[in-house]
Design a protein around this ligand. Structure first.
Ligand SMILES: *[C@@H]1O[C@H](CO)[C@@H](O)[C@H](O)[C@H]1NC(C)=O
Ligand SMILES: *[C@@H]1O[C@H](CO)[C@@H](O)[C@H](O)[C@H]1NC(C)=O
Ligand SMILES: *[C@@H]1O[C@H](CO)[C@@H](O)[C@H](O)[C@H]1NC(C)=O
Length: 278
């Protein structure tokens, strides 16, 4: 008891830094009305600034990519305000969304979108993105290594975070070209995809030794889990504790789809609090 108290005290003095961060698909539009200071992202900003020990990757996605205008911030005041606010937070990296459509997206289109994301750094506000999120990746190593190499070279001297969303288990070789591999993306427990089973999913989907580079994304955290437990705040805490205990690098839970960050129990603020205290 005594030594436990001492350890807790020690941790609070030194400032606990969890090895697990939050990979947030921030797909909701930043604003409710024009130029309102990106109010729709406020709950995320509050969670980020309230838990400075938690690292975040915020995936920005104006329109299944950087947006049709090809201009920085898609020439949209609401995106420009929203992304510059995120860039002002030291524990947040903003990541630009592209999709490979399971290795069928034309490489030239993919590369053009990556170049557009790189050019966000030329805006007068700081809306530079720090990485690329490749969605819908599949096990075509030649295609993906071409795409990731292009991205790193496009950003030049600026080191970027390359995230590859397989949504399912990927072999260890993909961890050599992607900094972060999404090794599971599904609903908690629904007919459309495999259910999330906490430790068994982690063990089955992440190659041994690659936990720190892996991400787990669970949406529709509601109803009952695979084993009949209720999807409540306690289950969220338990799942986060398991991920952190296993040293999984990144996670995300949301109660519905990626169009809400405030629906209980898996709100962005509850998730941040769980990651910070795990
Ligand atoms: C490129 O970005 C545009 C605009 O956001 C989007 O419509 C298109 O689907 C994207 N293509 C790829 C391959 O990312
Ligand atoms: C812009 O924001 C990023 C954080 O994403 C930060 O690393 C960088 O230093 C900022 N650049 C400037 C010029 O302030
Ligand atoms: C990468 O893709 C480009 C565009 O399709 C192509 O010209 C190039 O040969 C590819 N490189 C490799 C190494 O696959």
């Amino acid at each position: 008891m005594r030594s436990q108290t001492f350890l807790c005290l020690f941790a609070s003095i030194t400032g606990h830094v969890s090895a697990t961060g939050i990979l947030l698909p921030l797909y909701i539009y930043p604003s409710q009305v024009f130029n309102d200071g990106a109010v729709n992202w406020q709950p995320a900003r509050t969670a980020m600034s309230s838990h400075p020990s938690v690292q975040w990757l915020a995936v920005i996605n104006p329109d299944s990519g950087p947006g049709g205008t090809r201009q920085p911030g898609n020439a949209d005041t609401n995106y420009i305000t929203g992304v510059s606010q995120l860039n002002a937070l030291p524990n947040v990296r903003t990541i630009g969304y592209v999709h490979t459509s399971f290795s069928t997206a034309p490489m030239t289109e993919l590369q053009a979108n990556i170049t557009t994301w790189k050019n966000w750094a030329t805006a007068s506000s700081n809306i530079s993105v720090d990485g690329i999120f490749f969605d819908e990746t599949s096990a075509d190593f030649t295609y993906l290594s071409n795409a990731t190499a292009f991205a790193r070279q496009a950003f030049g001297s600026r080191p970027i975070t390359v995230v590859c969303n397989f949504g399912t288990a990927a072999t260890a070789q993909f961890y050599t070209i992607c900094d972060v591999v999404v090794a599971f993306e599904s609903c908690l427990n629904c007919p459309d995809g495999p259910p999330y089973a906490s430790q068994s999913t982690i063990s089955a989907n992440i190659p041994s030794g690659k936990q720190a580079q892996a991400a787990i994304l669970v949406h529709d955290f509601s109803g009952t889990a695979h084993d009949g437990s209720t999807a409540n705040a306690g289950l969220l805490t338990q799942y986060v504790d398991t991920l952190v205990g296993d040293g999984v690098g990144w996670c995300y839970f949301t109660s519905a789809g990626y169009d809400t960050i405030t629906t209980a129990p898996a709100t962005v603020s509850a998730l941040a609090a769980d990651v910070a205290s795990a």
